[in-house]
Design a protein around this ligand. Sequence first.
Ligand SMILES: CC(C)(COP(=O)(O)OP(=O)(O)OC[C@H]1O[C@@H](n2cnc3c(N)ncnc32)[C@H](O)[C@@H]1OP(=O)(O)O)[C@@H](O)C(=O)NCCC(=O)NCCS
Length: 150
Amino acid sequence: MLFKAVTVETDDKNLLNQVFKLRHTVFVNEQGVPPELERDEFDKSAYHAAVIQNGEVIAAGRLVIKGVSGKIGRMAVKKEWRGKGIGSLILQKLLQIGKEKKITCFYLHAQLQAVPFYRKHGFAPVGEIFEEAGILHQEMTLEPMILRQH
Ligand SMILES: CC(C)(COP(=O)(O)OP(=O)(O)OC[C@H]1O[C@@H](n2cnc3c(N)ncnc32)[C@H](O)[C@@H]1OP(=O)(O)O)[C@@H](O)C(=O)NCCC(=O)NCCS
């Protein structure tokens, strides 16, 4: 099956709501993150990417830009679609968006179980493990060498 990650246009409220619905399913229902933490003020200004299959959002992620830094976050793939390269497509799309916006430093807070996933994409751990929303996380940044290849 061929999948494609798209940018969610800010005025496409229907698509954006589907993105939020998927995130709620994954982070709140599946992982127990409090809903008031899952949605935040950065959603408004963030760039969102999604993969759509038969009219349904099956994966999403966002990029929050601050100056020349871009924070990747809220990476979520619907459970039955994981392990098929779809999360990777979302990540690549967000990196592409960031590069177009002249971002030179990409970073993220990875849940510990997702560290190998981000490593595969050239992110390396920085600093100590910490807790966020009741889940252990590791900050990671994209190696500059990898950034040049994207
Ligand atoms: C993490 C997540 C976004 C990855 O998306 P995905 O579509 O499953 O990942 P992909 O299929 O693109 O994986 C690419 C590679 O990373 C590896 N990988 C993915 N998730 C992994 C995990 N949890 N642990 C170890 N390796 C993982 C895969 O083995 C794959 O490697 P391969 O190409 O050599 O087989 C997805 O599993 C998910 O939504 N998880 C639940 C929510 C979550 O934890 N989000 C991350 C918060 S930081």
